[in-house]
Design a protein around this ligand. Structure first.
Ligand code: ADP
Length: 165
């Protein structure tokens, strides 16, 4: 039987407990999830691709059904190459909807064979985004419990380095 594979794309700058919540939910539906860090995002990032992948890997040990990769170029092309039947995206508050809707429609137009699947995050993570998290951490806010331990340490190191620079 064919394995059901989903690609979960994003910036993951850095990965949060919200992203992990989504991956756990998706594992109930799919046989394999490819967490794919987008390298061509226009967004300015805090962490390098390698750092982001290392944090994802460190957060997902003991998860044989999840693999970590990076990609550039067209997402649907990448998903097809990975033999994925779906693109996984998370929905938090209503504000995510418009952008995600446009993205999903564009991807469907580009590649009708691949479906976008939206899962709703756990209530605890509805207001959690990587950008707000970074903002809080930068100003010394306590972000423990919102990110995996490895990310907590890396954020602390990163901001200490930036403060010294
Ligand atoms: P992007 O730049 O593609 O939005 P992100 O890393 O911010 O990359 O998000 C990747 C995916 O994870 C998106 O579908 C986003 O909606 C989802 N996501 C982000 N934060 C959370 C969260 N707290 N709970 C569930 N899903 C989330």
């Amino acid at each position: 039987m064919k394995r059901k594979i989903a690609v979960y794309p994003g910036s993951f700058d850095p990965i949060t407990n919200g992203h992990l919540d989504l991956i756990q939910r998706a594992l109930k539906i799919f046989d394999h999830i490819v967490v794919a860090v987008a390298t061509n995002a226009f967004k300015k990032s805090l962490f390098t691709i390698e750092e982001r992948m290392e944090m994802i890997r460190g957060s997902l040990v003991d998860h044989p059904n999840v693999s970590i990769d990076s990609f550039d170029g067209l997402l649907v092309k990448y998903a097809k190459a990975r033999k994925a039947r779906a693109i996984l995206r998370g929905l938090r508050a209503v504000t995510d909807f418009e952008y995600e809707f446009q993205l999903a429609m564009m991807n469907r137009r580009l590649e009708p064979e691949i479906e976008t699947v939206f899962l709703m995050t756990g209530l605890r993570w509805v207001f959690l985004s990587s950008s707000i998290l970074k903002e809080a951490a930068l100003h010394g806010g306590d972000i423990e419990g919102m990110v995996p331990e490895i990310v907590f340490q890396k954020l602390r190191e990163k901001f200490e380095m930036l403060r010294k620079a």
